[in-house]
Design a protein around this ligand. Structure first.
Ligand SMILES: Cc1cc2nc3c(=O)[nH]c(=O)nc-3n(C[C@H](O)[C@H](O)[C@H](O)COP(=O)(O)O)c2cc1C
Length: 282
């Protein structure tokens, strides 16, 4: 519903990072919803390092959606580094996350802080459940998500955010409480994944057709298809290579044994995670 004082918002940019496809599914759904309301959406996928290194002009867009997975309680480091190079010039924006049903609060707080530093104006955020990346290695978190209820929430998010863009309504936005973890503590938490994923994506070379896709798609240029493994310094354990291998010959060590521990650490159960709902913050 438009008000007389509303500003035109007809061209929207959608910047997203998606290694295993969950965030892209939400981005696609937002695009579909907005285009149904005659808003043109241009998608810009920053998953590959080549795209992240291009200079992007934001001038021609009325507003921007950013979509990121949550990695170790925040937007992935490579996305934050990309954002640090952008100039917001008071452009209106919104951020949505996908996450695997564990920690997520600091992601909203820290993305707001970073976007404000870069002079973007945040009008809303949202979080959507997405099958946990580490399910490829034996976990069972948020399997089958995003699902129909997440997509319905996505539609609401798209509509409500568009209304806020048009009204330039930034009054109540995302008043996230100061989080209990400092950036330095979160940097340390980021390293924790390598305590679990001890063997980086590695090829079981029996059936490999050497298509090189793992190397081409790697977001950080870490994968070496000929060697059949990833560089330990550069790999961010995003599993893009594993998720997209047409021969299904890439794997890490099996972390199924760490699943119960993970649930206990978070004082939760598989059922509780499966029942979690996606949320919008206006
Ligand atoms: C390195 C890494 C760290 C992650 N950290 C978290 C986390 O802190 N909390 C959480 O709930 N999910 C976490 N996840 C799961 C992802 O946020 C989730 O699976 C997301 O939907 C993946 O998005 P994509 O399919 O677009 O890549 C992590 C995944 C990876 C690869």
């Amino acid at each position: 519903m438009k008000n007389a004082t509303d500003k035109e918002v007809n061209k929207v940019l959608m910047v997203f990072f998606s290694a295993t496809g969950n965030t892209k599914k939400i981005a696609d759904r937002i695009q579909q919803k907005l285009e149904g309301m005659e808003v043109k959406v241009t998608k810009y996928d920053i998953t590959s390092y080549q795209e992240r290194n291009k200079v992007l002009s934001l001038d021609e867009y009325d507003a921007i959606f950013f979509g990121f997975p949550i990695y170790s309680l925040r937007a992935p480091r490579v996305c934050r580094e990309w954002l640090e190079r952008q100039e917001g010039n008071d452009k209106l924006c919104s951020v949505f996350f996908t996450y695997g049903g564990f920690g997520k609060e600091p992601a909203h707080y820290y993305i707001k802080e970073l976007l404000t530093e870069r002079r973007f104006v945040l009008v809303s955020t949202a979080e959507f459940l997405g099958a946990h990346t580490f399910n490829y290695s034996g976990w069972q978190a948020a399997e089958g998500r995003p699902n129909q209820s997440d997509f319905e929430m996505t539609d609401d998010y798209a509509v409500q955010t568009l209304q806020k863009f048009r009204a330039r309504d930034v009054k109540t936005v995302c008043d996230f409480e100061k989080v209990k973890y400092t950036s330095e503590q979160l940097d340390q938490a980021e390293q924790f994944r390598f305590h679990l994923i001890k063997q980086l994506p590695t090829r079981d070379d029996k059936a490999c057709t050497m298509c090189m896709l793992c190397e081409t798609l790697c977001p950080t240029n870490a994968m070496n298809a000929l060697k059949g493994t990833a560089d330990a310094e550069a790999c961010i354990a995003c599993f893009r290579c594993i998720a997209n291998c047409p021969d299904s010959v890439l794997h890490t060590n099996d972390i199924a044994a760490a699943w119960e521990n993970k649930l206990n650490m978070h004082q939760t159960t598989k059922k509780a995670i499966d029942q979690m709902k996606s949320q919008i913050f206006l």
